[in-house]
Design a protein. Structure first.
Length: 286
């Protein structure tokens, strides 16, 4: 067995478990904590579900195909890859637009992006990706994916650039008009500050996404030029994309204080429940 293949499998196994455990905790914490329910948490849940799908389905099928190459497994892995990894990219693009709206239309944002609207957007994205995933069965896959990845990254980059200039404008206004800002409506000030923090957090997610998807984008470009040149790079690129699903839960908890508390609380409850069940089983055994 090729050394690179062995290393790739050894890396994917622990990453798979981290993705499953981490994203399960994030989803459980969001559902158990009504105080953090919002349109942003709906998009975050969509990201966590797609990352969970990567750990539960994409990586196991990918590892099985790497151990024993099979055309059927390859097609299945490609379709699952679209449903898991590509939907993450599309959701992150939707989040960049959502954060732009939160800053640019901060007064009207609650009416523009309701929970219902966020759910409809998320469901539409999932249905679109699932329907388009059958493109994985055609030879044009690398070209289609390369174009899709590039389009999502370009749209996200555009809106984060707009967010940057909005934040710069707000900071300049605060610096030049201290008295006016002090008399500003307190609720509005808090909303703007919260939107800025949220935009910064999602920008960090976006940077990690770019770093993780860049090797995949590069390998697809190389594949379209000469399929014989990209085999090793494609292997590495797949694992780097999967890595994104494993590190995302840590990024969420690092940047979102309320979610971090909810995850820790959920983890403690699960551990206590397991301990109680173990003690009950031991008592029954006696």
């Amino acid at each position: 067995m090729d050394a690179l293949l062995v290393i790739n499998i050894v890396l994917n196994v622990p990453l798979m478990f981290v993705a499953v455990i981490g994203n399960t905790l994030v989803l459980s914490a969001i559902f158990r904590t009504p105080s953090i329910h919002s349109s942003s948490s709906i998009f975050l849940s969509s990201l966590a579900v797609s990352d969970l799908l990567v750990g539960l389905a994409v990586q196991p099928v990918y590892i099985a195909h790497e151990l024993k190459p099979d055309p059927g497994l390859r097609k299945t892995a490609n379709i699952l890859f679209s449903m898991g990894c590509v939907v993450s990219l599309c959701t992150m693009t939707a989040i960049s637009i959502d954060r732009f709206m939160a800053l640019h239309y901060h007064m009207r944002y609650p009416n523009l992006m309701t929970n219902k609207c966020a759910i409809q957007t998320t469901v539409t994205l999932w249905l679109f990706v699932i329907a388009s995933s059958f493109l994985m069965l055609w030879r044009t896959l690398p070209i289609v994916l390369a174009v899709g990845i590039f389009a999502c990254l370009l749209i996200s980059a555009f809106f984060y650039t707009r967010i940057y200039f909005i934040v710069r404008h707000h900071q300049s206004a605060i610096h030049l008009q201290q008295q006016a800002v002090q008399s500003m409506n307190t609720a509005e000030s808090i909303n703007i500050a919260r939107s800025k923090r949220s935009a910064l957090s999602t920008f960090i997610y976006f940077i990690c996404l770019v770093l993780c998807y860049s090797p995949m984008f590069t390998s697809m470009i190389i594949y379209t030029i000469d399929p014989t040149l990209s085999s090793n790079l494609w292997t590495v690129a797949n694992t780097v994309v999967f890595l994104n699903s494993s590190i995302n839960p840590f990024l969420y908890c690092w940047r979102l204080k309320e979610l971090r508390k909810a995850v820790l609380k959920t983890g403690q409850k699960l551990l206590c429940k397991q301990t109680e069940e173990r003690q009950e089983n031991e008592l029954k055994a006696y």
